[in-house]
Design a protein around this ligand. Structure first.
Ligand code: GLU
Length: 258
């Protein structure tokens, strides 16, 4: 299977902006193992801004140039960690930084596809992030949930794993409603489903569920599945691939993962 794995800042770092080594070690071991099993892997990783701020010993800046500077510092740190940890398992990684124009303009999009396909064919793991250092707010993809679904569409993925700090999609925000139920499977992003995420266009605190549903929409429209699971338990990826109900699986009606 061709699998895109989106790793969020909350999975990679502590609120201090420093690496959560316990999570990262476990996660990379599982991903390296999935690759050994024969799956093709593309990673979309956040964390540049947080790691940069952590390394500089400052809070996440409120101004754009400040965040761009942090991303420039943190992206090095991010790739250093991936290179080192995947290297332990003999896997080669590559850095792919993309901007909105790279996915919007046909020629540049084709260029990006050619590079990604070549890297995958070479057995390399592409690690994609938005090129935050040069992307301004007006012309940016904006969030890596959406970027990961776009990358999934570019490489014609079979499955996108969104590793988050939430166990899946709940019928109401679990923080305020302890009786909330996890929705195991979603076949279409209906207004009712959007309601569960806090309503479309809103970013009310359900763990950024709105951008996760945008990603799911792109996945369903493009014909690949998306699995939303908790990044604290990367072994869940094995279970999802076996067909066990873990997290929320967004998949077209009548399709299954194999
Ligand atoms: N590109 C940002 C970073 O690496 C993260 C964007 C996101 O988390 O959605 O810090």
């Amino acid at each position: 299977m061709r699998i895109v794995i989106k790793i969020g800042t909350s999975t990679l770092t502590y609120p201090t902006g420093l690496l959560n080594l316990r999570h990262v070690d476990k996660l990379i071991r599982v991903i390296a193992d999935l690759k050994n099993e024969g799956h093709e892997i593309v990673i979309v990783s956040s964390g540049a801004i947080a790691l940069g701020a952590g390394k500089l010993g400052i809070r996440r800046p409120k101004d754009l140039p400040g965040r761009q500077a942090c991303a420039a510092v943190g992206q090095c740190e991010l790739m250093y960690v991936y290179d080192k940890l995947f290297g332990q398992y003999n896997h080669t990684v590559s850095q792919v930084l993309m901007t909105y124009e790279d996915v919007d303009q046909p020629v540049r999009r084709q260029n990006a596809v050619n590079t990604l396909e070549t890297l995958i064919r070479m057995g390399v793991i592409p690690i994609v992030n938005e090129n935050d250092t040069v992307s301004t707010e007006e012309v940016s993809i904006g969030d890596n949930d959406t970027l990961s679904a776009i990358v999934g569409r570019l490489v014609k993925a079979d499955l996108l794993f969104l590793l988050s700090d939430i166990d899946g999609l709940y019928d109401q925000p679990p923080k305020d409603h302890p009786q909330a139920h996890l929705i195991p499977v979603v076949h279409a992003i209906t207004p009712q489903i959007e309601q569960m995420a806090g309503g479309s266009g809103s970013d009310r605190g359900t763990g950024g569920m709105v951008t996760k549903l945008s990603a799911a929409k792109i996945a369903l429209e493009s014909g690949f599945a998306m699995s939303l699971i908790n990044g604290d338990r990367p072994e869940s990826m094995y279970q999802v691939l076996k067909g066990d109900p873990v997290g929320t699986l967004f998949i077209q009606e009548g399709k299954d993962l194999r």
